[in-house]
Design a protein. Structure first.
Length: 144
């Protein structure tokens, strides 16, 4: 049974399309929360973040902390509002896999393995979002 009662070209959105856009919005919200909060946390505690990054052997830890914090905060906000969603989702997918490979490779420790797999799952969500786009309830849709 079809739930689409629209006539081609009438501008009426089908129930299925509306439901999909609502689901995509929910997915964007859930994906963005960790990045917005993590980015904000890093940017409001640069010294601590830089110290942690330095202990991991990352180069220029203060600069790295600022760049990572901005990428997480601004990328998370872009996903949240649906702005430049496809490219942002690709960037965050790559970033998330890279951070898993940098920070969660002690796989003998079960928590590190779980954290690495969590990063892979988040990256998978971003790849789905990169493929589907932001949906109707987004800046991207309003901009055409």
């Amino acid at each position: 049974m079809s739930t689409n009662t629209s006539v081609a070209g009438s501008g009426t959105v089908s129930y299925a399309a509306s439901n999909a856009s609502g689901t995509i919005l929910l997915g964007r919200i859930l994906l963005s929360v960790i990045f917005v909060l993590s980015g904000f946390g890093k940017l409001t505690a640069i010294a601590g973040t830089a110290g942690y990054f330095g202990s991991m052997g990352l180069p220029m830890p203060t600069v790295t902390a600022i760049v990572v914090g901005l990428l997480e905060l601004l990328g998370g906000l872009a996903i949240l509002i649906g702005f430049q969603t496809r490219i942002t989702a690709w960037v965050l997918a790559i970033f998330t896999v890279a951070t898993g490979l940098v920070a969660h490779t002690g796989w003998a420790d079960q928590m590190q393995m779980i954290s690495f797999m969590k990063n892979l799952a988040i990256a998978g969500g971003f790849l789905v979002l990169a493929s589907s786009g932001a949906g109707t309830y987004s800046v991207d849709a309003k901009r055409g």
